[in-house]
Design a protein around this ligand. Structure first.
Ligand code: GDG
Length: 745
């Protein structure tokens, strides 16, 4: 325990803030009256610590004790900002609304949720307090990452107070299907609260899907793939990303503990103290009705009763760590479980062998790891679980590649850990068979499965989880060089599509950016791959550019049969020739005036030039120094908005475009998809204007952003050279998937 710190000089403004119900430190009072703060190291803290330190971050949360106000302080290099709660608020907001309304509701009403208006009032009040604390602490443009179901109203409250912030939210528990969610009397308010975020993260794709469906049902907002279009009060549309980011653990940290000789010795000691059974089965859970503890005991009890297992050979160790003991449902659950354990042990144990070793305690992490190492079979039989980290921890500890994981299909972890023995815990017969299978599994099969599970857990560890989330949120981060493994997997899936559309931006994507736009050319390998793709059956290639169509044709030298979209979709060249949008008389007049205004602005600075397009003009500033360019763009924007109404303005890289028609690359991509009759689409782009196209992607499509910058695309590569690599891979795999066309191998 560290001493209670003096309220020290804490910087007033932070660039990165995490907001969660509980702080990463607990306030503790020792028996001798001493007080202090103790780290409560969880996966989240481990993942965020380095990021928080580097970003000079602060953590906003409750200290775990009632009615105590603490000043902000530093703990292990992280600034801590405690938020107080009164005993009534703990009862109504935390134990009530969070743990007796939302928790059971979001876990598919395994237990009946209670709905009380005074609980809701407390939830709103406490959420506001958290939002205000974060708003006070955040620097201009800071990133605020809100955690979990206790704080779903914070994103919107925060955005209202501080529209400058970048706000993320991660939901650690499932998000239920609409039929269940809609029971919540405050269903609209909660969704509105969440939509205040820029990125809303879920554990599974199915959770994100349920969330988007609820948004469509209750608000009728358009959703495209992982993007939700939220109309803002000023008439503009804000894009919110709702996607899955499966959380994980500090895999290397767990393995390190598991390799310690003292921990291994302890694991042998555990085995001996249980009477050296040939099989130790283990369950580790918070004592919670979602975890399926009763189901696993029932299955085990029946296997013993029917003589399929014997207590001489098999022992079940059940760690049930105390949880939410003031909530009535949890008290009842504890009674029921303890009754079951008592009966089962009474019926089945012998003097020398206990059927179940039941432990209602919390243990240090080392002890947990020793238990994982001792367990031949790990039982995770949750009825509903956002992820279940215990499953991943077991795998991470088994550096000996041994041990069998029995895993419920109703955990988020089962989406990734496919080599576990997957079970439906409601099917007791199936569960019994799975337990028998696990106990009797030959060594070779165990090793093969465990190796593959370990690879998965190593690849997606918690650092990867937080980096991926924050990258999506802020658009910055390290991009894996080349085509990442995840992207290669997605390309594989795409290559099998029935009819594929491969659509790409040109400048900065197929072609490196150059000073003179008429000199831009696709890299030779990219062009080669495009030609091969265009010649593959059921595959269409499209180039989607902001350039005027004529200029695009000149520089892109598109392959035979390619579809083209120029001027952000105002001009399309499909199979039957070129289609240019006809302008109405008023639009023509607007275009004439717009052109004059922008030319006048451009004439004030040497090196700027104007590009004429069918429905607009573009002012290029790439030959100017950045600050002169930005000032000129600003000047042009002001001149245009003073003189004309209804003009669409798009800022790109060293270019600002004004159009009298509001077409964008998203609309263009939808036209192209329809024209090609595509069942799946790949879109690759580097510019902000490509975000409209990413937003138009649907489930099963693939978006790849080139380079840094905020993006809703699911994947990234670094440069046009890597785009070429990606296209080469796709061309190869597509050819294999549909069969090589005649004429080339
Ligand atoms: C929620 C979601 C999601 C348990 N007993 C002891 C102990 N533990 C540790 C485990 C594990 C953690 O607690 C439990 O995490 P789970 O993921 O299994 O479950 P929840 O607590 O319900 O967590 C869940 C998670 O959030 C993260 O997003 O996966 O779905 O419900 O790390 O090892 N640790 C120690 N002693 C114990 O006695 N040291």
């Amino acid at each position: 325990m560290t001493k209670t710190p003096e309220p020290g000089p804490v910087p007033a403004a932070y660039d990165m803030i995490v907001v969660s119900n509980r702080l990463p430190v607990d306030y503790e009072e020792g028996p001798d009256g001493s007080t202090g703060w103790k780290s409560s190291p969880g996966g989240l803290v481990t993942a965020l610590e380095p990021i928080m330190r580097a970003a000079d971050g602060a953590w906003v949360g409750w200290a775990g004790v009632a009615d105590r106000e603490f000043d902000p302080f530093e703990h292990d290099g992280i600034s801590i900002i405690p938020v107080p709660l009164t005993p009534d608020e703990i009862e109504d907001y935390y134990e009530g609304f969070s743990n007796d309304t939302l928790w059971p509701l979001y876990h598919d009403v395994i237990a009946p949720p209670s709905f009380h208006r005074e609980w809701w009032d407390a939830y709103v009040r406490v959420n506001r307090r958290f939002a205000e604390a974060a708003a006070r602490a955040a620097a201009e443009g800071a990133v605020v990452w809100v955690q979990d179901y206790q704080l779903q109203l914070v994103p919107r409250m925060l955005r209202e107070q501080r529209p400058d912030l970048v706000i993320g939210f991660f939901n650690h528990i499932p998000f239920p299907a609409y039929g269940i969610y809609s029971q919540l009397p405050w269903r609209r308010q909660v969704l509105e609260g969440l939509l205040g975020a820029d990125v809303i993260g879920f554990q599974r794709a199915a959770d994100a899907g349920n969330f988007s469906r609820a948004i469509r049902r209750l608000f009728g907002y358009t959703t495209r793939g992982s993007t939700i279009e939220v109309p803002d009060p000023d008439g503009s549309v804000r894009r919110v990303v709702a996607r899955h980011f499966p959380i994980s653990i500090d895999a290397a940290g767990f393995e390190e503990i598991a390799r310690r000789p003292d921990v291994q010795a302890r694991s042998r000691e555990i085995r001996e103290s249980l009477g050296n059974p040939s099989t130790i089965m283990l369950g580790v859970d918070r004592l919670d009705y979602t975890k399926g503890i009763r189901h696993r005991m029932k299955a085990f009890g029946e296997l013993l009763r029917d003589g399929r297992l014997s207590v001489e050979d098999v022992t079940l160790v059940q760690v049930a760590s105390p949880s939410r003991e003031r909530v009535e449902t949890y008290r009842q659950l504890r009674d029921e479980i303890e009754l079951t354990v008592g009966r089962l042990n009474g019926d089945q144990s012998t003097l020398g062998h206990q059927a179940i070793a039941y432990l209602h305690h919390g243990y240090p992490r080392e002890e947990m790891v020793a238990l994982y190492l001792a367990a031949d079979v790990m039982l995770v039989t949750a009825l509903r679980d956002g992820m279940n980290l215990v499953a991943k921890e077991y795998v991470a500890c088994r550096f000996d590649n041994d041990g069998v994981l029995v895993l419920s299909e109703f955990t988020g972890a089962s989406d990734e850990l496919r080599q576990a023995v997957l079970v439906n815990p409601h099917d007791i017969e199936g569960l019994k068979d799975a337990i028998e299978l696990a106990i009797g599994m030959p060594h070779r099969d165990r090793t093969r499965r465990m190796r593959s599970l370990r690879k998965r857990v190593r690849e997606n560890d918690v650092a990867n989880w937080s980096a991926t989330f924050l990258e999506t949120l802020t658009g910055t981060g390290r991009i894996t060089p080349g085509v990442s493994e995840a992207l290669a997997l997605s390309l594989d899936a795409l290559a099998g599509a029935e009819r594929l559309l491969v659509a790409l931006d040109f400048d900065g994507t197929l072609a490196p950016i150059v000073d003179r736009p008429d000199e831009a050319r696709a890299t030779p390998p990219a062009r080669d791959a495009l030609i091969r793709l265009a010649a593959t059956p059921d595959t269409r290639v499209a180039i989607v550019s902001g350039r005027a169509l004529a200029s695009l044709v000149d520089v892109a030298d598109p392959p035979e049969g390619a579809l083209l979209s120029g001027s952000h979709g105002v001009e399309l060249q499909l199979d039957g020739g070129s289609v240019t949008v006809d302008l109405r008389d008023t639009e023509r007049e607007h275009l004439r005036r717009l052109t004059r205004i922008v030319e006048e602005a451009a004439a004030t600075v040497d090196g700027a030039w104007v590009e004429f397009k069918p429905a607009g003009v573009a002012l290029h500033t790439r030959r100017l120094s950045p600050h002169v360019g930005v000032a000129l763009q600003q000047d042009a924007r002001e001149r245009v908005t003073r003189a004309l109404r209804g003009i669409t303005v798009r800022a790109g890289k060293s270019v600002i475009e004004f159009a009298v028609r509001s077409n964008d690359k998203g609309e263009s991509l939808r036209r192209l998809r329809q024209h090609a009759g595509a069942t799946a689409v790949l879109y690759v782009g580097d510019d902000v204007t490509d975000e409209d196209a990413f937003a138009a992607l649907e489930d099963g499509d693939l978006g790849v952003k080139v380079g840094q910058g905020k993006s809703i695309a699911a994947h990234r590569v670094r440069s046009p050279e890597e785009v070429a690599e990606l296209l080469g891979l796709l061309a190869e795999r597509r050819a294999t998937a549909v069969g090589d066309p005649p004429g080339w191998t």
